[in-house]
Design a binder for this molecule. Structure first.
Ligand code: NDP
Ligand code: MG
Length: 382
């Protein structure tokens, strides 16, 4: 059986790797829809030529008009806000991979679930912003939610077939490029230094989040929603080699871990092939790589984002939305050299302190919290 998929954010790091997976499994996966902003039109046009999807969503209407002149006949290009809805509502699409970056990914997740499609979720921000609302939609629609984030894909695999109580979920983190820097050195790091990740090649926002450890903070909240484990049972351990992708400690004293090379095509394939497991053409783990695996506790003094994430997650309400949106704005300012590296955590903390939360927020409350946090950060830096 061929499974119809849509790849949202197809021109990004995860999107491109998802298309590599689709290429490798041409007999089993059919790419029916693609979506991107249109900033990288050459690449999107090449993807359309190769995969011949039925519908392509392009967020920027001008770029959509450009692309329309270049696509083969039979491919529909839908510009603006309706694009992703058009892709998700294709009857041939069984699973939507959401690899849109940042806060913008929430609307895409909501649209995919609302259209009744299984969701392979790379966009962790969706669950951090609106976990309760999205999971309620998932239950209402009866769709499957598969994590693509490597740690959560690891936990999903370790938890498959579980029968007893869970004691702890342990998320691994590479520690990023500044794992060994002291606080004084951290103050002087540049965007170029932050973008040079030691083990993963990713889009710019998540790469900076990995350097501040905000990525792991978001992942704690993501894990909380995906697996329903209390906050105090979710731990983080630094593991620089990125071979052990996460671990589950069970009540009987057994710890299960998932190991694989640091290659995102593997968790993408896991989600797209679920509930099957297909033989993979991608990297294999060498036994030599297992001879030197290191683990150490995270340092929340030097990397306060981890503490902020836990704080926002445990309080709930609109705090996680403020965490996510303030961080996204601060990362953008850092990449534009308007603020320093340590200002990212400082601005997020100030935004959280100033925020007046809404408890049990609806969609509009979350949207407002996002707008407020973004504006708050931008105003502090101008
Ligand atoms: P990138 O920045 O590389 O790619 C983002 C993609 O999203 C691009 O295709 C971009 O299109 C598209 N996009 C952005 N905004 C919109 C929008 N409003 N409508 C449609 N498309 C949009 O990011 P990554 O691939 O690194 O990350 C994507 C998501 O996956 C993030 O949430 C990240 O946290 C998560 N993730 C990523 C991992 C990785 O290894 N990269 C690992 C685990 C999770 P365009 O090119 O046209 O701008
Ligand atoms: Mg991850």
């Amino acid at each position: 059986m061929v499974k119809g998929i849509a790849v949202l954010g197809s021109t990004g790091s995860i999107g491109r790797q998802a298309l590599e997976v689709a290429r490798a499994f041409g007999g089993r996966l059919r790419v029916c829809g693609l979506a991107a902003t249109g900033r990288n039109l050459e690449l999107l046009a090449a993807q359309v030529q190769e995969f011949r999807p039925q519908v392509v969503a392009v967020a920027d209407p001008a770029a959509a008009a450009d692309l329309r002149d270049r696509v083969p006949c039979g491919v529909e290009v839908v510009g603006g806000d309706e694009g992703i809805a058009a892709v998700c509502s294709l009857p041939q699409v069984g699973m939507v991979l959401n690899a849109v970056s940042g806060v913008a990914g929430l609307a895409a997740s909501r649209t995919a679930i609302g259209a009744g499609k299984d969701l392979a979720l790379a966009n962790k921000e969706s669950l951090v912003l609106a976990g309760a609302l999205l999971l309620a939609e998932v239950r209402r629609q009866g769709v499957a939610l598969l994590p693509v984030d490597s740690e959560h894909a690891a936990l999903h695999q370790c938890l498959a077939g579980r029968t007893g109580p869970i004691e702890r979920l342990v998320l691994t983190a590479s520690g990023g490029p500044f794992r060994t820097l002291d606080a004084a050195a951290l103050a002087g790091v540049t965007p170029e230094m932050a973008l040079a990740h030691p083990t993963w090649k990713m889009g710019p926002k998540i790469t900076v989040d990995s350097a501040t450890l905000m990525n792991k903070a978001l992942e704690i909240i993501e894990a909380r929603w995906l697996f329903g484990v209390p906050w105090e049972q979710i731990e983080v351990v630094i593991h620089p080699e990125s071979i052990v992708h996460s671990l589950v400690a069970f009540g009987d004293g057994t710890v299960l871990a998932q190991l694989a090379p640091p290659d995102m095509r593997l968790p993408i394939q896991y989600a797209l092939s679920w509930p099957e497991r297909w033989p993979s053409p991608f990297a294999r783990l060498s036994w030599e790589a297992l001879c030197a695996l290191h683990f150490e506790p995270p340092d929340e003094q030097r990397f306060p984002c981890l503490r902020l994430g836990r704080w926002a997650g445990e309080r709930g309400g609109t705090y996680p939305a403020v965490l996510t949106a303030a961080d996204e704005a601060a990362v953008e300012l850092f990449l534009r050299r308007r603020i320093g590296f340590l200002d990212i955590a400082r601005l997020v903390e100030e935004a959280l302190t100033r925020h007046k939360p809404k408890w049990e927020p609806g969609w509009e409350d979350i949207e407002q919290a996002v707008v407020w946090a973004r504006r708050w950060v931008w105003e502090r830096s101008s």
